[in-house]
Design a protein. Structure first.
Length: 731
């Protein structure tokens, strides 16, 4: 097979004809009115300067039957009324090419429903594949907006690709005798990518590969690409995890030159550096982290203060002492913006020498920190706080499980300190919810995996008191830092800062949520003021705890919320009910925290405000990368769930309907929270229609309803690792 064989003829009208009379007659018989309208539109769009009457149009479209010629005349008049055509004189028409020229983003979809999103925020426009100019998903394009036909979606045609997005795709190699394809499940690309045999970089049939599109000839069905990297055999754990990262445009290897730069950083901390810091090395200090953690970026210190109070230090790794603005490590960290946590591995934002060694607050090692130190009484009231650079030495590295056992039994290392800090944390937590924070307390899906990455067990990790203890003091430190810079005294101008903001819920989404929970017997007033709304949501979450619909209600409540993000424009944090909030406590794994550390140092030293526009751009980048990393994490969980279920075909499980779409029901299994699709075609006892407003599929004849949140027993029908999808059938 060669490229030429893949070419397909377009639907452009040709003045030369070249078809037999039989073909003309068969085409005339076949052409329905909708097709005829589209053919007329295509004719005028492709030859926008020519003027035609209905006879000329009929001839160009090979239409001979008189009744269809009259239909052509009717179509021309109708399109003229819609301002799509201009009647230049009686019975003669020309394309109305005075449409708007716009710049924006092209969104390609594998189902052909391509769209154009204008930069000016106006409504999106449909772009038919024939008018797409082979633009790829995410490309910036210049389009001509077509005159709008009544009753039809507004359309546009791509005139120019102004800026190309990264055109790399991940898939599986299919190699034939003298050519190859990359078969991809990418939702933005309908066509496999054609590859020349000499561009395979040693890849074998069935290998996972990263391919870059280098060309898409005008009349070719398939784009042409070249292999960028071979990830390994499909199904092999490393290859699949790297494929997930590559699919989301995330790096799966660390650049050697950045690693070498980290290796050159001295490990020793000189006495002069410690002398200019507050010395906490002799104060009881410990870390509490997951058992598999290596990057310890926060520690807590504890000692008695004056007047029967307690001094709690929240000590955060001083990453910016080692990573300087604009150096090679900083540039790499900014591009990544976050560490990525897949099921079986961490892809660090910073080189491992920094994240796991130099900056990590490891037991019995002297470390440099940026700290917030609080003075609290027994009622957890804060009497004083200070933000200082410190030197510490952690006395003990606790896992969450070890800390939890001490909290529950009262026995173990540093039990007095842990129990007191936990008592203070519980009071802080109770007060936070009383002040209006939303009580989302969801589980995490975790896997036990063997040394080859195969999932052996799925379990759920729920937050306990040891988790809450750490969380409360991290929240306290983040809020204190945001307030220190954000609360501006009278007569002083505001300084640009990086905030973590969470806007109030979208009214329409919240109303839909209210209507849904009302059908489950819960009441919620979406139009209540902010304080009342939060109280109502907390009451709802509390009432649903322990009930079958708990997870569903929490999931839908989260979906009705806005996404938290980074911004220099502080609007507060709705979910936490904090007017000022930032991210300060995880600089090893989040770049915004590094920005906060640098700004904090600058302003505490009396420095001028930085440019807001620059930092807003940095915030947008970090918010975007955070979302991409979260999507990759979810994809790795989905892959492992499908892998876990692939040897359970035919087994029956109880579940709950977790999603309803026009193509079927998504069901989450109670036992392991794996989610799969029951295709609507398998609901063969009736013809089901999708009721979007009521989150259900409704049978036309028997009126049976499948509703979001309903219990459903299903059988595992298929486990497709390529698509990361489980298919269920009603049991």
């Amino acid at each position: 097979m060669n490229i030429k064989k893949q070419k397909t003829g377009g639907v452009k009208a040709s003045r030369k004809g070249g078809k037999s009379d039989d073909n003309k007659k068969s085409r005339t018989k076949r052409m329905k009115k909708d097709a005829m309208i589209q053919a007329v539109i295509d004719l005028f769009r492709n030859d926008s300067k020519s003027v035609y009457n209905y006879k000329q149009v009929s001839k160009l479209l090979d239409i001979e039957a008189q009744v269809q010629k009259l239909q052509i005349l009717e179509i021309l008049c109708s399109l003229s009324e819609d301002k799509m055509l201009v009647e230049v004189d009686t019975g003669r028409f020309r394309y109305n090419s005075l449409g708007t020229i716009a710049i924006g983003t092209f969104q390609r979809r594998s189902n052909g429903h391509n769209t154009f999103v204008p930069d000016d925020g106006s409504a999106t426009l449909r772009v038919a594949e024939r008018n797409a100019l082979h633009a790829m998903n995410g490309d910036r394009v210049r389009v001509q907006v077509f005159a709008h036909r009544r009753g039809a979606e507004p359309e546009a045609e791509v005139l120019e690709v102004v800026e190309t997005k990264d055109r790399t795709y991940v898939g599986t190699l299919q190699i034939r005798h003298d050519y190859a394809f990359l078969v991809t499940e990418d939702k933005t690309l309908a066509n496999d990518i054609f590859l020349l045999k000499d561009s395979l970089r040693g890849g074998k049939n069935g290998d996972k590969a990263v391919v870059k599109i280098i060309e898409w000839p005008e009349n070719a069905k398939n784009p042409i690409g070249e292999v960028v990297d071979i990830l390994g055999a499909a199904g092999e754990n490393n290859a699949e995890m790297h494929a997930i990262l590559a699919e989301f445009g995330l790096p799966y290897v660390y650049p050697e030159e950045v690693e070498h730069a980290a290796d050159r950083i001295p490990e020793e901390i000189n006495a002069a550096e410690i002398a200019r810091r507050e010395d906490f090395r002799d104060v009881t200090t410990f870390t509490i982290d997951p058992k598999d953690a290596k990057d310890f970026d926060d520690a807590l210190s504890f000692r008695a203060a004056a007047n029967g109070r307690w001094e709690i230090g929240v000590h955060i790794a001083d990453v910016t002492h080692y990573v300087k603005p604009g150096d090679i490590i900083d540039r790499e960290g900014y591009e990544r913006a976050t560490s990525v946590y897949l099921v079986d591995r961490t892809i660090p934002m910073l080189p491992e020498r920094l994240s796991n060694k130099l900056c990590s607050l490891r037991q019995d090692e002297e470390k440099l920190c940026f700290s917030v130190v609080f003075e609290l009484d027994d009622a957890a009231e804060i009497h004083a706080s200070r933000i200082v650079r410190t030197a510490i030495r952690s006395n003990r590295r606790f896992t969450y499980e070890e800390a939890q056992e001490i909290i529950e039994t009262g026995k173990g290392d540093y039990n007095v300190e842990l129990l007191k800090i936990n008592d203070l944390a519980k009071q802080l937590r109770d007060r936070r919810f009383a002040d209006g924070a939303i009580d989302f307390d969801r589980y995490e899906v975790k896997f036990d995996i063997d040394d080859k990455g195969k999932p052996l067990r799925v379990y759920f990790k729920e937050a306990k008191e040891s988790n809450h203890l750490v969380e409360e003091f991290m929240l306290l430190a983040n809020r204190a830092v945001a307030e220190a810079i954000g609360k501006t005294p009278k007569g002083r101008s505001k300084k640009t800062f990086v905030y973590r903001i969470h806007e109030q819920p979208d009214q329409e989404k919240m109303q839909n949520f209210v209507e849904f929970v009302s059908r489950l017997g819960y009441k919620l007033n979406a139009k209540a003021n902010k304080g009342e709304l939060i109280k109502n949501i907390n009451s709802l979450l509390d009432k649903s705890k322990g009930k079958p619909e708990q997870n569903l209600i929490e999931t839908l409540a989260i979906r009705s919320m806005q996404k938290a993000k980074y911004s220099t424009h502080n609007v507060g944090h709705f979910g936490l009910a904090f007017p000022f909030y930032t991210h300060f406590t995880s600089p090893i794994r989040r770049y915004p925290d590094m920005m906060v550390h640098r700004l904090l140092e600058r302003y505490l030293d009396g420095g001028r405000s930085v440019k807001a526009d620059d930092y807003e751009e940095y915030c947008d980048h970090c918010s975007s990368m955070e979302q991409i990393a979260a999507n990759a994490e979810r994809a790795s969980i989905k892959y492992k769930q499908v892998e876990f279920m692939k040897d359970k075909i035919g087994q029956v499980y109880d579940g709950v309907i977790s999603g309803v779409t026009e193509w079927g029901l998504y069901v989450e299994l109670n036992e392991n929270k794996c989610e799969g699709l029951v295709p609507v075609r398998d609901l063969n006892d009736d013809y089901y229609e999708f009721d979007e407003k009521n989150y259900c599929l409704r049978g036309q004849r028997h009126k049976h309803v499948y509703r979001l949140g309903d219990p459903l027993t299903v059988k595992v029908a298929q486990a497709n690792l390529q698509r990361k999808q489980l298919d269920f059938a009603p049991a």
